[in-house]
Ligand binder design. Sequence first.
Ligand code: AMP
Length: 420
Amino acid sequence: MTKTFEELGLSKPVLDAINELGYLTPTPVQEQAIPLVLEGRDVVAAAQTGTGKTAAFMLPILDRLPKAQRLSNKGRVLMEGPQGPLCLVITPTRELAQQIDGVAVAVSAQTGHRTITVTGGSRYDAQKKALTNGVDVLVATPGRLIDLMDKDIADLSNVQVLVLDEADRMLDMGFWPSVRKIVRQLKQERQTLFFSATIDQDIMRTASGLLSDPAFVQIAARGSTAEGVEQYIMPVEQSQQVEVLAELIERYFQGSERILVFTRTKQRADACYMRLSRMGYNAQVIHADRNQRQREHALEDFRAGRVNILVATDVLARGIDIVGVDGVVNFDVPSNPEDYVHRVGRTGRAGRKGYAITLLGPDEITPLREIEYLLGKLIEVYDLPDFPYRSGRIVPNPNRPTKRQAHTLFRGMSGGRGRR
Ligand code: AMP
């Protein structure tokens, strides 16, 4: 029996915030993590984006976090307290930082906390002023936070709660030396919450020095995808990819408000986006070469339903926190199997139904098998009825090996999470 938010021990202002956010019942990670965080325990949680993990840490933190000193613009003390921030959240990307900011601001509106989010690309002076005048929660990407520390703008000596969000991603993206440098500035007596899509020995070795007697929260097994998502592969020859994509949209996604299309590279994202636009679709594109304003606009338009198709690369997949994505189309099979799980996790969120369709090129059978091995199951093949498929595509054998048989097949292959 799922507990209610009240039963988890949250206070009235936070319950009001939950009401405002429109959450009815806690998700599994929230049900498990919230009481532990309220108790003051260190927590290691294996939970992917889409499981409600942001609220799982933000709600209980703001429930118990004291308030920092507030100064007026002229430096007069408006409210006594320690120099903020008192809570520090480190996350790998701007998009994730903004998502966390959204939840923190919504809850703070009820609890009276102040939150600031600092990421690369935004202006220093406003951030400096906010930090000096008093802030309770600082959400930051590692690079920008190091900049602020080097400039003596951020004083982290009073941080009581540290959150490391998407720790595995930070490790993969090479942020760990920065994270270590930041953590060295914090006092030992603090609460540390460690969130990661996957928890393996590698991650635990890296984390162990940061945590004290942590409690473990394990939600989805490694490589599992949301239950409400129907997944298919669609074999297609390279030159027909865009045609098949357009046909899919016409036949199955008519009336869909939001479709996410993933490509392997920025160039392919641009090319796919341009073809779709030329065909008259209301599409946008985001990848690492688009500037922050362009990315924000694209995401905002997509969120608001002004744009129906968003073409994206994997780098940004985790940051896309949009409810109501009807379908995910993998224009390319991701070369890292775990990226598949993250892509597919963009749809079917919070209990809704979703579709994930992977176009399978003739040279993509190997990465497909790696994905199926990770999932522990085969993904069903689906062909568009009466579509003039050109020869050259490879339709995988429907009786291809299952996970158990694949075990021998995959020996010698890299398997798990590749360090990039
Ligand atoms: P996250 O795992 O933090 O990326 O959250 C995934 C999505 O689930 C976000 O869009 C949240 O707004 C939504 N969400 C989080 N908690 C709940 C809840 N208890 N009920 C319904 N939706 C939720």
